[in-house]
Ligand binder design. Sequence first.
Ligand code: C2G
Length: 134
Amino acid sequence: MSEPRTVITFGTFDVFHVGHLRVIQRAAELGDRLVVGVSADALNLRKKGREPVFSEAERLAIVAALKPVDGVFLEESLELKRDYILEHGAAVLVMGDDWAGRFDEFGDICEVVYLPRTPAISTTALIEKISAGS
Ligand code: C2G
């Protein structure tokens, strides 16, 4: 019997929306099990200059509860992707195409797939919409 094919993906998944769900569902279809790296609060603060709306514990709990997700872990640094891919034995790395080309360097240890983003929805747009009360 052959080894199960593990897919890995990463994201903040803040103010969880259908674009997040769609990328997770499509990623899961590319293998037998899906593990998701959820970015740490400190990583967001460092890279984006703000804390996510929902804490890392809340975001981890939401993503872990999804049917297509077999495991979650905290992504502490963007520079540790190679280690995470190896640690989880991932055969495929999936990211939305806003990251197209950015992870090609991992093509030596796994397949790298960029999926089209779901149009017209983003955490930033949702926050703006809710703040505006419209
Ligand atoms: N996404 C999507 N469609 C949208 C919005 C997001 O397909 N309309 C995808 C993104 O392309 C990404 C995933 O959902 O693959 C998570 O998006 P974010 O939460 O914005 O994650 P990000 O902050 O880009 O990830 O190592 C990467 C880091 O964890 C950061």
